[in-house]
Design a protein around this ligand. Structure first.
Ligand code: SME
Length: 169
């Protein structure tokens, strides 16, 4: 089965095709070139963050997908898909703050076992956060939450890092 969904860009409707029954790798392999094509001619950071969040939510059915941008000494909520979320996160705090501070992807198999986890929703059970870098500086993070424990592994880390690197600052 193939699921089609549509994006409206300034030029035209974009049709992304995702194999819903493939392996995680197959789904990311299918999604990545489509996201690359969708973002490469669009210089606006927020527009590209918005479409990436939408595509990941639609393709994988994650509970929450979104970006926080680095603004001064805080992360500020950016484009996202899912329930309303915490607006600001301090450097080093929570999973997002840890990914920012350490400049590394953080996978949390069970949020209840992560000291300092910031629970924007009690339904979130596992999480992955990818730092989005530009010239060695973290400019944003991509946060993906699941309502099931153990949802994320190195495959997600690999492809989400690749997807995050599509963003231009
Ligand atoms: N759980 C995150 C906060 C952001 S929400 O999950 C959307 C954290 O601990 O940093």
């Amino acid at each position: 089965m193939v699921t089609r969904f549509y994006f409206l860009s300034k030029k035209m409707a974009e049709d992304l095709t995702i194999p819903k029954e493939g392996s995680k790798e197959e789904m990311y392999e299918s999604l990545y070139p489509q996201l690359k094509a969708l973002t490469e001619d669009e210089p606006d950071l927020i527009a590209n963050m918005a479409n990436i969040a939408s595509a990941l939510k639609e393709a994988f059915g994650f509970f929450w997908v979104g970006f926080y941008r680095v603004v001064g000494d805080q992360l500020v909520l950016g484009p996202f898909q899912g329930p309303v979320a915490c607006t600001r996160i301090t450097f080093g705090r929570g999973v997002c703050g840890k990914a920012w501070k350490e400049k590394q992807t953080v996978i949390v198999p069970d949020v209840d076992l992560f000291p300092g986890h910031i629970a924007c929703s009690s339904l979130s059970r596992s999480e992955i956060v990818i730092p989005v870098l530009n010239d060695g500086d973290v400019r944003a993070v991509l946060d993906v939450d699941s309502d099931v424990v153990n949802s994320f592994n190195e495959v997600d880390a690999l492809y989400l890092e690749k997807i995050a690197s599509l963003l231009k600052f």
